[in-house]
Design a protein around this ligand. Structure first.
Ligand code: GCU
Length: 679
């Protein structure tokens, strides 16, 4: 046995930015004990660095052992045993406690790292009672973030497209960040992600502009540098690439996926990527979508396009994530038959079975675009022979842009637990064999996410990918306990309950004061913040509510509408087909109904609109009050940042309430049953 005392703190926890859900305090239980680490390789070194830092901070003892059966006194053993690979995979681990010792056994160092963070999450409870051996293994093998970061500042979108947390963590002034401090921060970010369960990250925007395209070729060194900073925490790097790369980078006359020169170009470019980054994860592609180039230009299918890149990646074990976000963004608003909701299904389901094994179809969780309420995309259940990844949006583009509190784990959890074929059939999480992908909400803001409470969303992505059946409210509690370490507070219960109260129903609160009953949008065009009821009503992007003096909503039934409801399997197709059976929260997504239509709740649509908008604002007022009451318990900087954002949230929520209520009052002429103020 070789042993060393924890006299030198590893740099792991040293970062100028907010420690988020890994404050030093979260390591107290572990760091005050005798810990043995057994395992070799980069990630085992990371675990060792974490353990020595924690023990240095809290007076424990750390030792690293070579032999397979360490003896001697210890409280926690973190060990690798290759023979468990079949059972645990690279990332899983066993946890048990007997005879006063807690043991984490992983088959590989990556599992050891997850086991370590699991022990951190458990805190004292990892050491206070016996536990039978329990296996922990991620349900979804890939848990990825997509950063929509641009290398250079884009004139319209800024540096991070739909970013609400400052500039990019990865790029500045047109180049990859490379200073020691910057890379330490990237590493600290990787550490946070790993502790939440993320294992992959695409560095750049899916809209690949000219500069960014070159990351694949002459700017590859920048990608390799960032990959190096993320690797110690088991985060594999992926890259968004443009389908037109052979033309714009290779000087070829075509990007036709069936052209041998094009195939050779991709094979060679991909070979160079793997020479620089041997554990590179693969490509993310937005093709024939919102102006991005794609296979349609050559009369080819999206399977042809995806397979081209899949074949280039296959020799190295890489994957292409091919996005299903394909629709007509130049439609004529007068044309009532074209329906954006149908588009992905129409384009992709005929291709089921045509994609290579390492081509994953990445589908947004709803058929539209990350609205506060959408049905689950019909594509997810309709392509059994295709590996699907489900894409969610942590960046709050349509859910308050990190100025509003909107904890999204409850929504994502509903999506992941939905059963597209009905009772007794697989859940979305089970169908998502290609993984869970979230558009990131992080940037170079000191709190990472702009709104400090939006960290809860970033945290939940990996945790839900690991355990999609987890109660999302338990995950919120977990995040609160780690981030705020209430047990060190003079009033743990008031702190815990207060933070929980402002997060718990915040998604439903946001839904109440914005677009009603699943109809979506009603945001200001372009930047998508704040209300504009008719903002997209006559727009070529194709999202409408069709409100007139009699009623509101989009008829997507088979019988009289666009037929989107019929793209679902039973029982959903039948349920959504009729306003009588359609769930209230999706009524206006699937149906155009009159204002006096009575919901299952017993209210008319118009009264529901009024009531929810008044309630939503009241709930924000209450949340703001609760947050203010925590001023003595929360670190002042964090408290002030959230308090300031509550002022804006309240202002904006009132604006939403008054615009939406006034709009529908003027259209319908129906007064509020309670006589409240409508303008
Ligand atoms: C939304 C978003 C765009 C983004 C697109 C996508 O439409 O507003 O900024 O590019 O989604 O997911 O590709």
């Amino acid at each position: 046995m070789t042993a060393s005392t924890a006299s030198t703190a590893a740099s792991a926890s040293a970062t100028a930015s907010d420690p988020a859900w890994l404050p030093p305090e979260a390591f107290r239980a572990l760091g005050s004990r005798r810990v043995l680490v057994h395992g070799d390789g980069l990630l085992a070194d990371t675990v060792w660095g974490e353990v020595t830092a924690a023990c240095a901070e809290f007076g424990g003892e750390a030792a690293r052992v070579d032999g397979p059966d360490p003896a001697g006194p210890y409280d926690l053993l973190l060990r690798t045993r290759r023979e468990h690979l079949d059972r645990l995979g690279e990332e899983g681990f066993f946890l048990e406690r007997a005879g006063g010792r807690t043991t984490v056994t992983a088959a590989a160092p990556h599992g050891l790292l997850h086991g370590l963070f699991h022990v951190v999450r458990l805190g004292r409870t990892a050491f206070d009672r016996d536990r039978q051996r329990q296996a922990h293994r991620p349900a979804l093998a890939l848990r990825m973030l997509n950063h929509w970061d641009n290398v250079s500042v884009h004139p319209v979108m800024g540096q991070v497209e739909r970013g609400y947390a400052g500039g990019s963590l990865f790029w500045r002034d047109g180049a990859a960040r490379g200073s020691r401090a910057d890379l330490d921060r990237v590493r600290a970010y990787g550490r946070l992600l790993a502790a939440g369960g993320i294992n992959a990250l695409a560095l750049n925007n899916v809209n690949v502009h000219a500069e960014e395209a070159r990351l694949l070729t002459d700017r590859l060194g920048e990608v390799a540098g960032l990959a190096r900073a993320l690797r110690p925490y088991g985060i594999r790097t992926h890259l968004s690439v443009t389908f037109a790369a052979p033309v714009v980078l290779g000087g070829l006359p075509t990007a036709d996926p069936l052209d041998p020169a094009v195939r050779a170009w991709w094979a060679e470019a991909t070979g160079r990527v793997y020479a620089a980054i041997p554990d590179f994860g693969g490509y993310v592609v937005k093709a024939d979508s919102e102006g991005q180039p794609g296979p349609f230009a050559y009369g080819r299918t999206h399977a042809d396009g995806a397979n081209l890149l899949a074949d280039a990646l296959a020799p190295y074990g890489g994957t292409v994530h091919w996005r299903a976000f394909v629709y007509d963004h130049r439609q004529d608003w007068r044309d009532r038959s074209t329906d954006r909701a149908r588009a992905a299904h129409d384009h992709f389901t005929p291709l089921d079975g045509a994609f290579r094994d390492n081509a994953v179809l990445q589908v947004k969780h709803g058929p539209m675009d990350f609205q506060v309420r959408e049905p689950v995309s019909s594509v997810i259940g309709a392509m059994p022979a295709t590996r699907i990844a489900v894409e969610i949006q942590a960046t709050q583009e349509y859910t308050g842009q990190q100025r509003h509190v909107c904890a999204l784990a409850p929504m994502w959890s509903e999506v992941l637990r939905f059963r597209p074929q009905g009772e007794g059939t697989p859940t979305v999480a089970e169908l998502a064999r290609g993984g869970l992908v979230a558009v990131s909400n992080a940037g170079d803001d000191p709190y990472w996410t702009g709104h400090p409470l939006a960290q809860a969303n970033l945290y939940a992505v990996g945790r839900l990918g690991w355990e999609p059946g987890a109660n999302p409210y338990r995950l919120l509690g977990e995040w609160i306990d780690l981030t705020f370490t209430p047990e060190r507070s003079p009033e743990p219960e008031r702190l815990r309950a207060g933070v929980y109260a402002v997060l718990k129903d915040s998604w439903r609160t946001y839904e109440k004061y914005t677009a009603p009953l699943g109809v979506g949008f009603m945001v200001q065009p372009g930047h998508h913040y704040g209300p504009s009821v008719d903002g997209y009503e006559y727009s070529p992007w194709g999202t409408y509510h069709f409100a007139d003096r009699d009623g509101v909503g989009v008829d997507r039934s088979r019988a009289t509408g666009t037929g989107y409801a019929a793209q679902y399997a039973k029982p959903w197709s039948e349920l959504y087909e009729s306003p009588d059976t359609c769930p209230d929260e999706l009524l206006l997504f699937f149906h155009h109904v009159s204002y006096d239509h009575v919901l299952h709740s017993g209210k008319t649509v118009i009264q529901h609109i009024y009531d929810t908008h008044f309630e939503g604002v009241e709930e924000v007022e209450e949340a703001r009050r609760v947050w203010a009451s925590l001023a003595d318990l929360v670190e002042p900087g964090r408290h002030a940042r959230v308090a300031e954002r509550y002022e804006e949230q309240l202002r904006s929520a009132r604006e939403w309430r008054d615009q939406v209520n006034s709009y529908f009052f003027r259209k319908s002429g129906v007064p509020d049953a309670h006589g409240r103020r409508i303008y």
